[in-house]
Design a protein around this ligand. Structure first.
Ligand code: 13P
Ligand code: SF4
Length: 351
């Protein structure tokens, strides 16, 4: 199996430093951000743009999307909504693969992000050339990649999936006797393999946020909240998944919080999800699952450093100037190639 590329390891080392800066930055800016909310909202309403936000971004940005007929959703619904929205400009508040997917699926729209630097450790951990070489070694296998990858990696794939359809899609392919390559998230890959029994070669990368959820301290937390359900995103380690009451994409976890009778939930995913989850279950108590760093050594502490780069002030800058440096552009040839597995993802229906 392939080893983790150097730039992924470098990424992990820099997340801590990045977060220290981001926390200071966020404290300094949070007052200013609240003060500009009304004017950003007015500018967005008067513009020809529509805001699509992921559950992990700043709650103020999620609120802005809700109050301006935009969307707050998981990565699959963001892709679907971007493709069908009528606005000529899309503002994607999330990470770069979400902006790229929106551009590929809506080539005639202009797609912008508050910053194009908001990447994802899974995307960084699966460089195009290494991935192509790996696939070329196994020409008998169909290639399934997670949405959290670059357009170039998607262009090499037969299928793209998000966590909300991964088990159903792989199970359908396994039933047809297909042998598979899966990339890049090893925890999601192993979870899907266990659920479906599929023959999969799994790329070795991980999400720096979810990888930090650990059983460590979970027992103590469950003693304090014995009735709490455990909700786990499948990018988390097996030890968390095995103990979970529900495992699923961000939307599936919110649905589980509504469906289950528990008065409280311990949630193993990015804290940004609490904004929408709490709206759906206002009477229930939501608690962040412990990360491995009780005592302060966690790197992400359950918040994605790249999602945190999306700020109201960045959206205001877009609405004022539409700077070229924030427009998402995808090479036309790669976009045409990536469109095929993306369309198959959107059209996939579990049998
Ligand atoms: P969803 O597909 O559940 O929205 O997850 C995207 C993601 O980046 C999770 O870390
Ligand atoms: Fe990527 Fe993890 Fe951030 Fe999701 S939470 S965007 S998988 S780094």
């Amino acid at each position: 199996m392939t080893t983790q590329p150097d730039d992924y390891i470098a990424t992990r080392k820099h997340v801590r430093a990045f977060l220290d800066r981001a926390i200071l930055d966020a404290e300094a800016k949070s007052e200013t951000e609240s003060a500009i909310y009304d004017s950003v909202k007015q500018k967005l309403i008067e513009s020809d743009a529509c805001l699509v936000a992921h559950y992990y971004v700043d709650p103020k940005i999620q609120q802005l999307a809700e109050e301006t007929n935009g969307l707050v959703a998981d990565s699959l619904e963001m892709a679907r909504f971007g493709a069908r929205a009528s606005a000529p400009r899309l503002i994607v508040a999330g990470v770069s693969f979400m902006g790229e997917t929106a551009k590929i699926l809506s080539p005639t729209k202009r797609v912008y992000m508050p910053t194009l630097e908001a990447t994802c450790s899974l995307d960084v951990g699966c460089p195009e050339n290494d991935f192509r070489a790996f696939c070329d070694l196994h020409p008998d296998r169909e290639v399934v990649v997670y949405a959290n990858t670059s357009a170039a990696v998607k262009a090499r794939a037969d299928w793209v999936v998000t966590s909300s359809i991964a088990v159903d899609l792989i199970s359908t392919l396994a039933m047809k006797g297909k042998k598979l390559i899966w990339a890049p998230d090893r925890y999601l890959g192993r979870f899907v393999q266990k659920q479906t029994g599929a023959d999969m070669l799994i790329w070795d990368s991980a999400c720096v946020v979810h990888e930090e959820f650990r059983l460590h301290d979970l027992d103590a937390l469950q003693l304090v909240y014995p009735e709490a359900g455990l909700l786990v995103h499948p990018e988390s380690p097996e030890e968390m998944i095995e103990r979970a009451d529900a495992v699923g994409s961000t939307t599936q976890l919110i649905d589980a919080a509504v469906r289950f009778q528990n008065p409280s939930f311990i949630v193993a995913t990015d804290k940004g999800i609490f904004y929408k989850m709490q709206q759906q279950v206002p009477e229930k108590l939501l608690i962040s699952a412990p990360t491995r760093g009780a005592g302060g050594t966690c790197q992400s502490c359950a918040h994605c450093p790249w999602m945190a780069m999306n700020r109201l002030s960045g959206i205001e800058r877009l609405l004022d100037d539409w700077p070229e440096s924030c427009e998402v552009l995808v090479d036309l040839k790669l976009a045409a190639q990536a469109m095929k597995p993306l369309t198959r993802m959107l059209e996939f229906k579990a049998s």
